[in-house]
Design a protein around this ligand. Sequence first.
Ligand SMILES: *Cc1c(COP(=O)(O)O)cnc(C)c1O
Length: 341
Amino acid sequence: MTPIDLRSDTVTRPTPGMLAAMMRADTGDDVYGEDPTVRQLEARLADELGLQAGLFVPSGTMSNLLGLMAHCERGDEYIVGQQAHTYKYEGGGAAVLGSIQPQPLEHQPDGSLDLAQVAAAIKPKDFHFARTRLLALENTMQGKVLPLGYLAAARALCDERGLGLHLDGARLYNAAVALGVAPGAISAHFDSVSVCLSKGLGAPVGSVLCGSQPFIDKARRWRKVVGGGMRQAGILAAAGLYALDHQVARLAEDHGNAERLAAGLQALGYAVEPVQTNMVYLNLGGRAADLARHAKGEGVWLTANPRLRLVTHLDVSPTQIERVIEVFARFPGRSALESSN
Ligand SMILES: *Cc1c(COP(=O)(O)O)cnc(C)c1O
């Protein structure tokens, strides 16, 4: 039986239609700026996001890094969430490679950063301090969608205090689909946006960083420095273009599957957090490793965390969701969980 892999939406495989588009891609040397498919993808995303220019990069980690390095110089600082991917899950790249100091803040329950706390964390202009230059947000943030009104307020604060505003929009399209708005309604509040093509959108590789032309010119230089300049990358960009054409609206199916999964697990007595997009979180305490082992034996792959994350995506069908619920129902440790919740 094919395993049902709920560890992440990065595990999706290219569909036959996507592979065919990759085969047909027109290519050139993208370091020379001569790959027509890469240029088309960069222009397409910049246009959809209402920003001047785009830059195709191998990963979301590199996209965020180049974004931070294009906004900030050595000795500058960015304000970021404690749980933000950029801060916590990218090897400290901004500090390691950019000499940019992070100022992390705790998240609010809705995934946002409290703007009064952000304002209070901005350092005075004094040579004792790093120069606060940028606020970096993430949307979706662990599956949560930041409200549009919050984004407008963050923009206003950044304008008032002279900060840039960067979005780690790895799952920006999930946020847009969940809100029922065009992605541009979210990106409109930001100076720069990073989008992952290799998450729910289902491409095998790639992210795009968007911003003003001078900003992207700087980021392009840093891309070369960190070794991210690729040659006939059009075969990868073609997968991204295919994803944007064919695999955006279907994100709603992933969100529906996540909702169904959450409801099914809740009914079994699991402590499930409210679901907004394609991620279901549940609190398992000490039973996570046992559950992951049980599930693996039944063909369901999970990452054993006490706060378990289940991610729905293009390679998980509604029928498989029902199977997952059955596997959780058969978990021998379930009754113990119920009594402890
Ligand atoms: C996956 C992810 C990234 C980084 O993407 P990679 O392509 O894995 O480097 C950045 N931010 C968020 C929120 C992500 O989920």
